[in-house]
Design a protein around this ligand. Structure first.
Ligand SMILES: CN(C)c1cccc(CNc2ccc(C(N)=O)cn2)c1
Length: 245
């Protein structure tokens, strides 16, 4: 899957995606990352990409011509890819949309800086998305969040998760269960005995019960969106009874 990012700070994008599982995914050709710098498309000697807002107001805006030229170049290199503008005014990014994006051949992400961009650029944008209700100095971190969330969904990227897909509750609307690794005792806290039992059916039930209980306690809104099977309801009732004791 090819990701093109339009940004005046290409190194912010390449630097982050060079590390870890995403760096390896690039090396394996599972994802391709290309950054386009609007400064390279600026028609003046100072490679200017920002200017003062008409009508006054604080700060600077990104000018339309360099952005439109960069978007056109990205579209040519990544044909068919939707152009997504990351902004606080966008629709809220959730896992459902992430999974939708994972089905695309590519994505073109527009990372704004300053106080935003000239409105006329939006004629060349397919969708506007926000990673949350807060304002950052630029759209590069939101673009990286989107790339990482989508890339994790690509088959073969997280080798282990493919096999354990049915266990990864994070992708099916529940919060994750607690996790433990060596040493078996930390301070005076031991690993729950069930996890040392080797009884994989019992371990799977315990993990599902923990996810259900945690989701009920911390994110009842998530639980409300999910129909529970009779088995899941019983696990949750037992969890609540244990807590009640
Ligand atoms: C109106 N304004 C300040 C602005 C407008 C557009 C882009 C930017 C760049 N900063 C961003 C981008 C996205 C997000 C997000 N929540 O996804 C947060 N900050 C700022």
């Amino acid at each position: 899957m090819r990701f093109d990012v339009i940004t005046i700070f290409p190194e912010l994008i390449h630097g982050y995606l060079r590390e870890g599982v995403l760096g390896r995914a690039q090396a394996r050709g599972l994802i391709q990352i290309h950054a386009w710098n609007p400064r390279d498309f600026s028609d003046n000697a100072y490679r200017r990409v920002d200017d003062r807002p008409f009508g006054g107001g604080p700060g600077m805006l990104m000018m339309a011509p360099p952005l439109l030229a960069a978007i056109a170049a990205a579209r040519e290199a990544n044909p068919g890819a939707p152009v997504i503008y990351l902004s606080p005014q966008g629709q809220r990014l959730q896992q459902g949309a992430v999974q939708g994006f994972a089905g695309a051949d590519g994505l073109i992400l527009l990372a704004g800086r300053y106080e935003g961009i000239d409105e006329r650029v939006l004629a060349a944008v397919d969708a506007e998305w926000s990673i949350g209700d807060y304002v950052l100095a630029g759209g590069e971190l939101p673009a990286l969040v989107l790339i990482e969330a989508v890339a994790r969904q690509l088959p073969g990227l997280l080798g282990h998760a493919d096999s354990a897909a049915e266990d990864s509750f994070a992708d099916n609307g529940l919060l994750d269960c607690p996790h433990f690794t060596r040493p078996e005792v930390v301070g005076d806290v031991r690993v729950p005995e069930v996890l040392l039992s080797g009884d994989h059916a019992r371990i799977r039930s315990w993990r599902l019960q923990q996810s259900l209980g945690r989701t009920a306690e911390r994110r009842p809104d998530l639980l409300a969106q999910r129909v529970l099977s009779a088995r899941e309801q019983k696990l949750l009732d037992d969890y609540r009874r244990q807590d009640g004791e």
